[in-house]
Every structure is written in C-alpha cells, then in structure tokens.
Design a protein. Structure first.
Length: 111
C-alpha cells in the first residue's frame, strides 16, 4: 500500500465538507462527515454524475444528478440501486490525512 497525503494537519479540524481531490493523477471525492474522513470515487456509476458536487445524508453520499445514494463506508448503493462506488483506505498521521493505493494499481498506472 502506498499512502498519499491529501490534507494537511491544519485542515483536519475543518467543518464537514465534500470536495474533489487529485491523488496520483486520479480524481477522487474527499468527504468529512460527522468528523470522519472518507475517500471515494468521484464519478457516479449511474450516469457519470460528479459526487464531489453532492452532499451527505445519513452516512451516504448523494449524487447531485439523480440523487442516488452510496454508503461512505461500504460504497454500496442504496437498496434497489444494485451498483456501488469504490472506497479508499484513509489514515490519520501526525502531519495530516493520507489515502492508500494498492501498489499494483500504481504500477499499472505508471508502466
Ligand atoms: S448520475 Fe448519479 S444518480 Fe444518476
């Protein structure tokens, strides 16, 4: 696992938010919801909506286009949707928040 820093120590105490980040040339959605950090896909699998333009509701990210919902912790779509988004591991370190990428994924990206 390779860890990439996505938030500085000073940014950790901000209010909750939903925003796009770029880590290892990949656009992702970074969410702080009820004080917990989540990194998820930025593209909705339904029809390509941008999840970083959405909002949180009951532990889910809500897509701004057709309002499908995906769990921030499992990536699963709400009941009846049958789709999912990828979620990425996060780790709080002394100097900020990091997101983890499997090494195989990085090797494929840069080879
Ligand atoms: S594009 Fe996201 S719910 Fe349709």
């Amino acid at each position: 696992m390779i860890w990439v820093k996505v938030l500085s120590k000073q940014e950790l105490n901000s209010d909750d938010f939903v925003k796009m980040i770029v880590a290892n040339n990949k656009k992702l959605c970074l969410v702080k919801n009820s004080g917990q950090f989540h990194v998820i896909d930025n593209t909705c699998p339904h029809a390509g909506g941008i999840l970083s333009g959405g909002w949180c509701k009951h532990g889910n990210i809500v897509c701004p286009i057709h309002r499908y919902e995906y769990s921030l912790t499992t990536g699963r779509g709400a009941e009846g949707q049958g789709d999912y988004i990828n979620i990425y591991p996060t780790e709080l370190k002394e100097d900020g928040l990091y997101v983890g990428f499997k090494q195989g994924w990085l090797k494929r990206l840069f080879s």
